[in-house]
Design a binder for this molecule. Sequence first.
Ligand code: PMT
Length: 221
Amino acid sequence: VTEPDLKGRHVVVSAGGTREPLDPVRFLGNRSSGKQGYALARTAAARGARVTLLAANTGLPDPAGVDVVQVGTAVQLREAVLKAVTDADAVVMAAAVADFRPETYATGKIKKKDGQDPDPIVLVRNPDILAEISTARARPGQVIVGFAAETDDVMANGRKKLERKGCDLLVVNEVGERKTFGSEENEAVVLGADGSETPVPHGPKEALAETVWDLVARRLG
Ligand code: PMT
């Protein structure tokens, strides 16, 4: 039996991967399936929370009893996050957000030009949503959780990221072409801004989600 320890709480979860359009047919994207974020949304709902799930390009069915908002790009995700966090007790950013987007959007399909090299794609920075909501908290006592998707020096990069983003908890997981993205399972270490480290062994994404909510519920008191 699941303990309804998030009853009366509003939690916001982001899931999936943003897509940054180049032209009407192409985008820059990433390998996130949304499964980890959906597992967070389902488990929070089972623990009694009101859940807003901000879903970026997942193609997954809406979890029962969860408010789902569909977004496409990082800029759209930022708008949706800023709107949802105003009355949120906790926010978990499991979405894989593009750090950069193409500077220009071609309104017509970009064409090959005979005998010419392709034009370079110029990128500009996207807003860092997690850092923004961690710095300017919408509510006192709001618990903010980020994820760190790393391929190298996983823990060292995770610790630096926790510092840089200013969130309360950071779930550090290793990713690769066939690692974590799209799979049913994950393993991670959850770093706390208080110096705590909670290892979560390899297992279903739901198990990691439950550990995240345990840590959030403890901080909400
Ligand atoms: O979706 P799945 O297939 O189940 O895979 C799960 C996952 C690998 C996508 C997930 O576990 C995960 O690691 N999500 C975070 C992916 C990511 O963007 O990590 P990052 O290290 O690049 O970003 C760090 C944090 O900042 C993340 O919480 C991210 O949501 C946030 N961010 C990043 C860039 C940006 N411009 N704004 C942000 O808010």
